[in-house]
Design a protein around this ligand. Structure first.
Ligand code: ZN
Length: 349
């Protein structure tokens, strides 16, 4: 088995938090580097850097990925979220399935199944034919609002591993949706207001589509509205919905019988303010029965827009890479792969 040259990276799979780390293996040569983001030799392009860079590929529109770079390469949908978050419009739009030559390489984007516009990047060395795939945040499970992410064959796989431990096996999505709709129905029957909490970009729109297709009236917190409007602009059917008013009394604007969708940071303020409100949080962490916040927190259901452990294993199996680099998570997934005899290194957050 070819062992990569990994200065600064121990076999524990941990790296220093900052500083350039050159990653390469010899035959055939493929070389990438990592310093709060990836860079491939031969391309003047950072992949999802966590700090401002002159030229960067931004995989999706979540805030931790949208730094104000000098110039960004994005999908058309991510461009809208990037402009919304950074106010910058120095962009090049990449269309999934249409490869673009960059230096000594070719870059092509594919759906990532995470949020609207999220993409994976496949980078092919035009000289050696070597392929690097960077998944960005992704999931393989089906969605109401997104195309399904393909598994891309590659030599080097760089994958997001937020849920890289075996305890993060998500139940079938239809089962989670069934539990959500049952909870909503019971809450409405009791005369209470059901409040469904999920991130303003991605989870909230998935919840809106699920609820609308089940025939519920949906009312959204105003902070969700710009992201929902972008989904609709790009042709995603979210059904009918109303936008609640701004201000402290926003929840009182919900019509009787409506299901409210809001971001999770509002959870703590809700029950005290309005005792006839019941809250459910949609989060992958709900599968972790030992999570401290569960003891006194609101009900949670494991609807996630990230890959769970099974997704991660399926991706590695299908992509058949020679080496795997992991980002996010605590490095446990890379350690798991090494125990299976697969070369794997954790790069960091
Ligand atoms: Zn994300």
């Amino acid at each position: 088995m070819i062992r990569p040259k990994l200065p600064g990276i121990g076999r524990s799979g941990r790296t220093a938090a900052h500083g350039w780390v050159q990653l390469s293996f010899d035959a055939p040569r493929t070389s990438i580097g990592y310093d709060r983001g990836l860079r491939v030799d031969g391309i003047d392009l950072w992949l999802d850097p966590h700090v401002r860079r002159p030229v960067a590929y931004v995989s999706h529109g979540h805030s931790d990925h949208c730094r104000a770079h000098g110039h960004a390469y994005v999908t058309a949908e991510t461009a809208d979220f990037y402009r919304l978050r950074t106010g910058r419009s120095a962009l090049t739009i990449l269309h999934p399935g249409v490869p673009m030559a960059m230096g000594t390489h070719e870059v092509e984007l594919f759906p990532a199944g995470h949020v609207l516009g999220s993409s994976q990047a496949r980078v092919r060395d035009l000289g050696t034919g070597q392929v690097i795939v960077y998944t960005g945040d992704f999931k393989l499970r089906a969605s109401h609002t997104l195309p399904t992410a393909p598994i891309l064959k590659c030599d080097t796989l760089v994958m997001e591993c937020t849920y890289g431990a075996p305890r993060y096996r998500f139940p079938p999505t239809e089962q989670v949706i069934g539990d959500l709709l049952e909870w909503v129905g019971a809450t409405l029957s009791d005369g209470a207001v059901p409040v469904v909490c999920g991130y303003a970009l991605g989870k909230a729109q998935e919840a809106m589509a699920i609820l609308a297709r089940a025939g519920h009236a949906v009312a959204i917190h105003p902070s969700v509205a710009p992201y929902a409007a972008t989904y609709v602009k790009h042709g995603v059917d979210l059904g009918e919905y109303t936008v609640l008013p701004e201000g402290r009394e926003w929840l009182t604007g919900a019509a009787a019988g409506a299901v409210v969708v809001c971001p999770p940071h509002l959870v703590k303020s809700l029950p005290a303010a309005t005792p006839d409100v019941r809250v459910v949080v949609l989060t992958g962490w709900a599968v972790d029965g030992g999570a401290p916040w569960r003891r006194n927190g609101p009900r949670a259901l494991p609807l996630s827009d990230h890959a769970g452990f099974d997704d991660l294993m399926e991706y590695v199996s299908g992509a058949a890479p020679r080496i795997v680099y992991t980002v996010h998570g605590n490095g446990g997934f890379a350690a798991h792969l090494r125990r299976q005899g697969i070369e794997a290194v954790h790069l960091g957050q």
